[in-house]
Design a protein around this ligand. Structure first.
Ligand code: NDP
Length: 286
């Protein structure tokens, strides 16, 4: 029989995970603060726990899909969790993840921290993956079960790593989504239909991965050669984006943040280095 598990937290992500666990034959017990949110997955075959205690007692493997780590304490503080493996797939800071690992250890439980890298409709679908960090042996024990919701990638024993990778991915994602909407606002300010600009933006988005190889090489070597796209030239363009935003009444906070990076790169004497030298402005000092 496939490993039974308990899943606590039935937002869109938790519900999608339960559906996949059930479809793969894992007996799944569920609990959610707002009980009605369990109705859909119970109809699919999940067992509804009436209390947190019942949910924790039902399985050794407890998967959490909550808004943050504070929700885990709200739910599990005061409950005996000795001998349990808690896989927390909720978002938070790396520091909170480390604190939670100590909290679990004090109570005789193991914590695996995770970060799911796809939205709910893609959970368990082709290309889905999930970062994990924490004890390797615990990960190995549950790897096959966890594979149901996406390819499990174990990053290391340090509990904070999964959250760090997750947030670094979200850092890029959120910044890019902000840029995407800003671009649309700029063209729309001239009355251009969104759909007319969309194919060009798609072309731009599709080409982003092309910059990765050169970026990694420059960052690894700490050298930023290249005069095709240096900081002075790119910075002038950043000024123009701010100017166009101001002139059209489009919010300028996002392009101003980018403009600031380029200005500080120039002030640091890096104007004639490749744009990748902005890393020196961004990274921690010292
Ligand atoms: P939701 O915010 O919809 O669901 C969060 C769950 O946490 C709900 O079950 C909610 O209960 C519960 N919860 C929150 N606070 C408390 C609390 N204090 N006590 C008890 N229960 C609490 O989130 P999602 O399902 O969208 O996401 C879950 C996690 O997955 C988040 O950390 C999110 O960042 C991450 N994630 C989300 C993605 C997405 O596309 N949605 C993609 C990748 C990761 P209740 O129903 O009672 O409110």
């Amino acid at each position: 029989m496939s490993t039974p598990l308990t899943l606590i937290g039935l937002g869109p992500m938790g519900q999608a995970m339960v559906a996949k666990f059930l479809a793969n034959g894992h007996p799944t017990t569920v609990w959610n603060r707002t009980a009605s949110r369990a109705d859909g997955v119970v109809a699919l075959g999940a067992t509804r726990a009436a209390t947190v205690r019942e949910a924790v007692d039902a399985s050794k493997l407890i998967v959490l899909s909550l808004t943050d780590y504070a929700a885990m304490y709200d739910i599990l503080d005061g409950q005996s969790i000795a001998g349990k493996t808690i896989v927390n797939l909720s978002s938070d800071t790396p520091a909170q993840t480390l604190k939670a690992a100590a909290w679990a250890a004090e109570r005789g439980a193991e914590l695996l921290a995770g970060g799911v890298m796809v939205p709910a409709p893609l959970v368990g679908e082709e290309g889905a993956y999930v970062f994990y960090s924490g004890p390797r042996a615990v990960f190995d024990e549950h790897r096959d079960t966890l594979a149901v919701i996406g390819r499990p990638d174990h990053l290391g024993e340090d509990h904070s790593l999964a959250q760090l990778f997750y947030l670094a991915q979200l850092d890029y994602f959120l910044t890019t989504l902000g840029g995407l909407l800003h671009s649309f606002a700029l063209v729309r300010s001239a009355g251009v239909p969104f759909a007319k600009f969309a194919p060009y933006l798609k072309d731009n988005a599709d080409s982003m991965s092309m910059y990765l190889e050169e970026t990694v090489r420059n960052l690894e070597e700490g050298e930023y050669p290249g005069d095709l796209a240096n900081i002075v030239m790119m910075g002038a363009t950043a000024d123009h984006v701010v100017g166009a935003s101001e002139a059209s009444g489009v919010d300028d906070e996002l392009p101003k943040a980018i403009q600031s990076l380029y200005r500080r790169g120039i002030a640091a004497g890096r104007g004639h280095e490749n744009w990748t030298a902005l890393y020196e402005v961004i990274k921690p000092a010292g």
